[in-house]
Write a protein that binds this ligand. Sequence first.
Ligand code: GAL
Length: 454
Amino acid sequence: MSNSAFPSLPASFVWGVSTAAYQIEGAVTEGGRGATSWDAFCATPGRVFDGHTGEIACDHYHRYPEDIALMKQLGIDAYRFSFAWSRIQPTGSGAVNADGLAFYDRLVDGLLEAGIAPTPTLFHWDTPLALEEKGGWLNRDITDRFADYAHIMGTHFADRIPQWITINEPVVLTMLGYGAGIQAPGQQLGFGALPAAHHQLLAHGRAVTALRAAGADNIGIANNHAPTWAASEKEEDQQAAGLYDAIANWVFADPILLGRYPAELEPFLPVGAQDDLPAISVPIDWYGINYYNPTKVSAPGESTGLIDGQELDIDLPFALQDIEGYPTTDFDWPVVPEAFTELLTSFQTRYGSALPPIYITENGCAINDGPNADGVVADQRRIDYTASHLAAIADAVDAGVDVRGYFHWSLLDNFEWAVGFSQRFGLIYTDYETQERIPKQSYWWYRDVIQSHR
Ligand code: GAL
């Protein structure tokens, strides 16, 4: 009989952790790697907190054997990481860089030896710079390039990789990268960013097809979703929240799961976008959800709202508001586990039989506790956050949602994009001076949760 801390989760539940290439690898000029949009963004003064960059990050490129050993000790079933496209094709197209493939061969083989299922994402925001300079995700040409890259990776790894993810959070690259300009590539196009959404969705669909043609199977996408709460019952707040919900959630899920776009966004999509819907909606085997917190939205007023502490400099037909009355993480994100259950059940309601099984491909919190005098990182708040969110998933499972696994964000503290190393999401503490890894109390707690479920 199982002594599981979360008995509602199925016996076959997959326990994992998640990372991404630019956030952990470092070694940005080694092994023939080409520059990316993030290298360029970090090199631009004022873009990233305190001038931090991913040049070294967690030095995972060299320290991956130690990191695999830590994962083995943690007892996870699966490890979600990302391939850096520019290690494989330094300019995003053309010949394959053998050194790049060799690095991922070593990583994948090391994981398999440790009994951990490699679960790669093909693209986690690090666009090859040569492609970014040609318009990046605003240029439809990138979908051809991405399909080629997917085929290369599928051909090389299909026999060793049991589960694949095409793209990470196209919503964030669209809204923060091309819309608001607070992440790479730093463009402030407002609604003019929506072609980047369409091209990522098309690239996803074409990658699914290319991976399958190469013999790969068990393919999904990792989409970020946040339940959208209107700030009040007032008509203008309701309308603003409805529009935000379409942009933040449904424009990324409806085309994949239903083969259609939310009607209110059609005017902002490239001409002919409808014709691509069959390619976008090719069947996937499962749907990945990244969840952190809900979003509260009002009609635009005096304040345009803040994203991660940064004031937006563009006119938008909605404003983001603080969610009061809940604890917050050190990144000031509200901790609302019941909104996670709400999100999962809303997917079930919206998509019904069109919804494939769900994996939680990211969930976690920035808690910046460091080692105490005894060298212990007592991050009880991360334990509480994770326990309450696993309970929220269990509630959704009890309500009939088919959730098959959970990848905690993140294995170790790493480069948190525009805020650099200032926010710590890891189960393992990273000392950036020495590169020492110190498992936090949450790491040992997560190990016990996994063991209790066996
Ligand atoms: C996600 C992203 C991750 C990580 C996490 C925590 O949006 O996919 O790379 O940064 O948020 O903020």
